[in-house]
Write a protein that binds this ligand. Structure first.
Ligand SMILES: [Zn+2]
Length: 121
């Protein structure tokens, strides 16, 4: 039914938007944490274990990078949602199952196409 599909799509849109905002917020917090850790790390240099501090900074950088990646994916998904291509498989043009989109709103391929793409990677 078209009505149901439209409703599902708009629900997905708001889900996407709230996830995006949540991720953006986490990213900002993470950026701040990383900066503070670096600054405090320098200030506390003589008392803090330098090895531990370096590992912490590295871990924070990884976290920052992964949040940024999520944010970029969310932005792409939002763009796709706005131009109406969200939920359409880029490879076969088929519909990506709603359940998959709820878990991975940025999915650009349906399950079989993703599996095929992964295999050829
Ligand atoms: Zn496909």
């Amino acid at each position: 039914m078209t009505v149901t599909a439209d409703r599902a799509t708009s629900e997905l849109g708001s889900l996407l938007l709230s996830r995006y905002e949540e991720t953006a917020e986490r990213y900002q917090t993470q950026l701040h944490t990383a900066v503070v850790l670096r600054r405090d790390g320098r200030e506390l240099g003589d008392i803090a274990d330098e090895g531990t501090m370096a590992a912490d900074v590295e871990q924070q950088d990884m976290l920052t990078a992964s949040l940024h990646e999520q944010l970029v994916r969310m932005e792409e998904a939002l763009r796709r949602y706005e131009d109406g291509s969200l939920g359409t498989c880029e490879r076969c043009g088929g519909q990506i199952p709603e359940g998959r989109l709820e878990i991975m709103p940025w999915a650009t391929h349906c399950v079989p196409c993703q599996a095929a793409a992964d295999k050829h990677r």
